[in-house]
Write a protein that binds this ligand. Structure first.
Ligand code: PMP
Length: 362
């Protein structure tokens, strides 16, 4: 077996134990004589697995009872549009904080369904820092406030939950940092995340929504788009992503075995610190341009002092078993994504390679 250290931004590394368990279950899941993908979501085995996955997630994230947990489809991008359809009525406005590529995309996908107020944007600063909270022009009459706690491409992360006052619900796209640390769920109206970074395979979207928000009429829409219908049907309004749900459940079990989100938070902090220290201590050979307080623990961007070395860096790192370090095409350079399933050893291997590379290509 030749597993690499995988720094992919998403779809991303999954815990080895999860993959091995899925492999063991592949031909005969739970004594059923078939894989989980080959049987009805209405069967008793699947229903029990789905309920266990939700219970495990509720325990891990300490989700209060007045929140529904939904296992949806469509990717986070579809929900950029579906959230305003559900939470905003005709003529309503919503506040959006733009801190990078994904929050900007959330704005453009929302525009057909809600009057968007860009309450703050750090685009003039190339998204190298976060828009300071005191610069946000929030509207107390907004249907909700949307922000992106971790920007996967720009590599900036909010390290505190912004206080947006008491009544307007806070909506967060946690696609690239959910489950990376404990989270005070009660501060949010709605949390959503595409699965393919910290949860499981793509094609699954996890949503945690305060139940009173399910009462909102939103816009006229087909039942299949309405979150209240999905909640009433236990996320089985139509055939769910059964495979994704099952792998997510294995990931939740794995997280519990690791010691929960407090343990993950400590590991994630240590991994990010190790890599940022290597970058900052390289005497300018490697650089990360993000303001210190806004640096992402999950997605670490860096450039080489001479872009002409990029191709050699990528080719040699891959040969050394370090996968997917190429930065997003919009920004160039490198990016190492350090999600839960990336162990400290992977970051140690990366840092050792970076040091060695800088000596050989000094
Ligand atoms: N939001 C964030 C923060 C992301 O990182 C991504 C994907 N990388 C998306 C949204 C879009 O997710 P999807 O491709 O599942 O629609």
């Amino acid at each position: 077996m030749s597993r690499v250290w995988n720094f992919s931004a998403g779809p991303a590394a999954l815990p080895l134990a999860v993959l091995e368990r899925a492999q063991r279950d592949m031909l005969d899941w739970n004594g059923s004589g078939a894989s989980v993908m080959e049987q009805s979501h209405r069967g008793k085995r699947f229903i029990a697995m789905a309920a266990q996955a939700e219970a495990d997630l509720r325990e891990l994230m300490q989700i209060p009872a007045d929140y529904a947990v939904l296992f949806l489809q469509g990717g986070a991008t579809q929900h950029f549009a579906q959230i305003p359809m559900n939470l905003a009525g005709e003529g309503d406005s919503a506040d959006y904080v733009v801190s990078g590529h994904w929050s900007a995309k959330a704005v453009s996908e929302a525009r057909p369904y809600v009057r968007v107020n860009v309450a703050a944007s750090n685009e003039p600063h190339d998204f190298l820092q976060l828009p300071p909270r005191d610069s946000w022009r929030l509207d107390p009459g907004a249907a909700y406030v949307h922000y992106t706690p971790n920007e996967t491409i720009h590599g900036v992360e909010f390290h505190d939950i912004p206080d947006v006052g008491g009544t307007v619900p806070l909506v967060a796209d946690l696609s690239s940092n959910i489950l990376s640390e404990p989270l005070e769920v009660s501060r949010f109206g709605l949390i959503y995340a595409g699965a393919q970074k910290n949860i499981g395979p793509s094609g699954l979207v996890l949503m945690i929504i305060r139940r009173d928000l399910l009462q909102r009429a939103g816009r006229p829409m087909a039942r299949i788009f309405r979150y209240a219908e999905h909640a009433a049907a236990d996320s089985m309004l139509n055939t769910p992503n059964t495979w994704g749900w099952y792998v997510a459940g294995l990931t939740f079990q794995w997280l519990k075995e690791q010691g929960g989100l407090g343990t993950m938070a400590a590991r994630n902090r240590a991994k990010a610190e190790l890599l940022y220290r290597a970058i900052d201590g390289s005497g300018g050979y490697y650089r990360n341009p993000i303001e210190l307080s806004a640096r992402s623990r999950m997605n670490v961007r860096f450039t080489l002092h001479d872009g002409a070395l990029d191709a050699a860096f990528l080719q040699e790192s891959e040969a050394a078993g370090l996968l997917a370090l190429k930065g997003h095409k919009a920004l160039g350079g490198m990016r190492a994504s350090l999600y839960n399933a990336v162990p400290l050893e992977a970051v140690e291997a990366l840092v050792a390679f970076m040091r060695d590379f800088s000596q050989r290509h000094g």
